[in-house]
Design a protein around this ligand. Structure first.
Ligand code: ATP
Ligand code: PRP
Length: 214
């Protein structure tokens, strides 16, 4: 019997950058999630579907087996609390870095060795908490859902933990990078049960994607 496969991913950057990798595994979506309102996309293969969800929901879908495979940023995986999924391949797409940043004016006289009781605004509360507590630095972490760069400008926090790629967003808001937390790229993850129960199709698709990454 033909095995079915569901792959979870988010629209926008990850969807676009995943297309060539999926194509290498002969998986071509029929619709474009940026123009279609469909959340389940058919592909050229009748037994393979893509589900389009928020980036932060991908680990949850995969963990509970609602998707067999997922494509998700390492930032989201690091922030996710839970097991039940395997990280299989570094897809080397959507690359950026997780950084601590602060206003240029603060950086001029800042002494990182003397950091204590920092107020940090971020979407990544678990990552930030782990990073600073490993350094023995006390923090007050303020959870935000986006536009972290605004927080120091508005006086909400002293510093932020956020993703940086070109650095354009930081520069435009007179912020500078002061600490590197992690290099980020997207990963192919799999549900542990799907790896056993759908071994053949998972193995084939993963192998073809892996080869396309190079
Ligand atoms: P949502 O689906 O909730 O809108 P999101 O806003 O985080 O999530 P994207 O901005 O498309 O979605 O980011 C998806 C992933 O791409 C992130 O989890 C991260 O791994 C990576 N990413 C984010 N910003 C950048 C960037 N500026 N350059 C490269 N990769 C990035
Ligand atoms: C991400 C991130 C930064 C920006 C960094 O936001 O949160 O704000 O990219 O990229 P840069 O260094 O190249 O400027 P994104 O563009 O995904 O916006 P969003 O989080 O609001 O979706």
């Amino acid at each position: 019997m033909l095995q079915t496969l569901t792959i979870a991913l988010s629209k926008g950057r990850i969807f676009k950058e995943s297309l060539p990798l999926l194509k290498a595994a002969d998986i071509v979506p029929v619709d474009d999630p940026d123009t279609s309102r469909k959340l389940i996309l058919d592909t050229n293969q009748t037994n393979i579907k893509l589900v389009i969800i928020r980036a932060a929901d991908v680990p949850t879908y995969v963990r509970f087996g609602a998707a067999d495979l997922g494509i998700v940023g390492k930032d989201v995986l690091m922030e996710f609390e839970g097991d039940g999924l395997y990280e299989l391949v570094d897809l080397k797409i959507a690359r950026c870095r997780m950084m601590v940043a602060e206003p240029e004016t603060l950086a001029k006289n800042d002494d990182l060795g003397r950091w204590s009781r920092l107020r940090i605004a971020t979407k990544y509360v678990n990552i930030a908490r782990r990073f600073f507590s490993a350094k023995g630095i006390q923090t007050e972490i303020i959870k935000l859902y986006g536009s972290m760069e605004l927080a120091p400008l508005a006086g909400l926090s002293d510093r932020i933990v956020d993703l940086v790629d070109t650095g354009n967003t930081l520069r435009a808001n007179k912020l500078v990078e002061v600490e590197h937390i992690a290099d980020i790229s997207s990963r192919l993850v799999a549900n542990t049960a799907s790896m056993r129960m759908k071994h053949q199709i998972v193995k084939d698709v993963v192998k073809q994607i892996e080869q396309a990454v190079g």
